[in-house]
Design a protein around this ligand. Structure first.
Ligand code: IMP
Length: 424
């Protein structure tokens, strides 16, 4: 049986908490895209923990953590994460690292700064774009290259030669040496060198054996490289539509596809955001929801829920259920707005424009619903939520086109209402 946890917005929907919650029943958790640009905040045994590349299943013993081919992996960051987890858990995580996955090299981060591409888009500056670009340009270094020191040195040598010719003025690039980098990489990867292997075969075997496999997406549908708000997107496919390719299984069938959305909207970085609240209301949401990035600490832009964008995400993620997070943040508001259409050039539209210029001109058409006063963090059953909160959730489910499976009413695992999520 397979389940996927997928972002329905611009990332930061709270996928980490949901994966962490579901992972305790899984045999394997697979992260399938992105790299250390993601940041999951997980509360494990009362300790707040940030994971960046290792999927949230790592906290349970016996759960295998797979870093799939669709990712770009920063070995130095992975080593830090690995050591932190060993210290927190007192045991080694069981990792499988896809041999075909590409690696983020120190020069990818340097390039992002040198080219200014990161600041134009407001990236996380973790080298994601340059690493995926090297993959497409067929000059990348893959996890499998770590297994053979002389091959690694040779590949790095030719890549660094080209970079030194292209960026003669960069002292940072000039200071990189292929043999030192190869040695550093292999020594950082030492605890998990033996985990590099055929990830698609391992996932396939788990599924064939009837094991519970959980696929964990990073970022969200609106950051997808093809279907998001291009060019203000990340460089990977972030959606269910890209999952089979990212894990190397053409026949993959994922029975449960959980689309995760906040009860409002946030985004970090640049790019159009039709329901953004720039004044006091935006400030209020940011502070009520503690909306600051896990990876970069940047304040997140905040706004009302956008059904037009969510329906676009529904086509890409095909959710069988929704996990609505941070509903508690909206408590205390007299009125809540929900965007059900856009106004563009005096016309009302209900589809998400591919043109960035059009999207930037879109004015949200709102429907207002009443809020609720009660603190809902302790609510354990759907029926015990205030009627106004239930009405808001109904409006979301109907507008997005999928039933509500999970409602998160606080950061810790206990503060979660599970409704109608049947895992077979
Ligand atoms: P990159 O993935 O670092 O190249 O950044 C590209 C865009 O995706 C920027 O707008 C980032 O802020 C955004 N982004 C990347 N990862 C995340 C994430 O995990 N949460 C939210 N936004 C993200």
């Amino acid at each position: 049986m397979a389940t996927a946890v997928l972002g329905m917005q611009w990332g930061d929907e709270g996928k980490g908490k949901i994966t962490h919650l579901l992972a305790k029943d899984a045999a394997m958790v697979v992260r399938f895209n992105g790299g250390p640009n993601a940041g999951h905040t997980v509360i494990d045994r009362g300790v707040k923990f940030g994971t960046h590349q290792i999927p949230a299943g790592v906290f349970y013993s016996g759960v295998k953590s797979v870093l799939a081919t669709g990712m770009v992996i920063d070995i130095f960051v992975l080593r830090e994460e690995y050591d932190g987890i060993v210290e927190h858990l007192g045991r080694k995580p069981e990792l499988i690292i896809a041999e075909n996955a590409h690696l983020i090299m120190p020069y990818h981060r340097i390039l992002e700064d040198l080219e200014g591409s990161g600041s134009a888009i407001g990236t996380t500056r973790r080298g994601i774009g340059p690493a995926y670009r090297d993959r497409a340009a067929r000059i990348g270094i893959r996890a499998i290259d770590l297994l053979d020191g002389s091959r690694l040195r040779e590949r790095l040598h030719s890549r660094l030669d080209a970079l030194k010719r292209a960026w003669p003025q960069s002292e940072e690039i000039a200071s990189l040496s292929a043999s030192a980098l190869a040695d550093d990489l292999r020594s950082a990867a030492e605890p998990f060198l033996a985990s590099i292997g055929d990830a698609p075969a391992a996932i396939d075997a788990a599924l064939t054996n009837g094991e519970e496999v959980l696929f964990e997406g990073a970022q969200g549908a609106l950051l997808d490289v093809d279907y998001g708000t291009y060019p203000y997107v990340t460089s990977s496919s972030t959606v269910y539509a890209g999952l089979p390719h990212a894990v190397g299984l053409g026949g993959l069938r994922v029975e449960h596809r959980l689309g995760v959305t906040k009860a409002y909207t946030t985004r970090v970085g640049e790019g159009p955001f039709p329901t953004e609240l720039t004044g006091e209301e935006g400030e209020w949401l940011r502070s009520a929801g503690a909306e600051f990035g896990v990876t970069t600490g940047r304040p997140r832009r905040c706004g009302w829920l956008d059904l037009v964008a969510l329906r676009h995400a529904t086509r890409l993620n095909a959710p069988t259920g929704l996990a609505v997070t941070k509903l508690d943040v909206l408590s205390g508001l007299e009125e809540i707005k929900i965007c059900r259409a856009y106004r563009l050039h005096d016309r009302e539209i209900t589809t998400f424009p591919a043109s960035l210029e059009d999207l930037a001109l879109c004015e949200p058409v709102y429907e207002s619903v009443s809020g609720w006063d009660d603190d809902i963090t302790g609510v354990a059953a759907y029926g015990d939520l205030p009627a106004a909160a239930r009405a808001y959730l109904d409006l979301m489910a109907e507008g997005i086109g999928a039933p509500i499976s999970i409602v998160s009413v606080g950061p810790s695992p206990e503060e979660t209402i599970i409704t109608g999520f049947d895992r077979g």
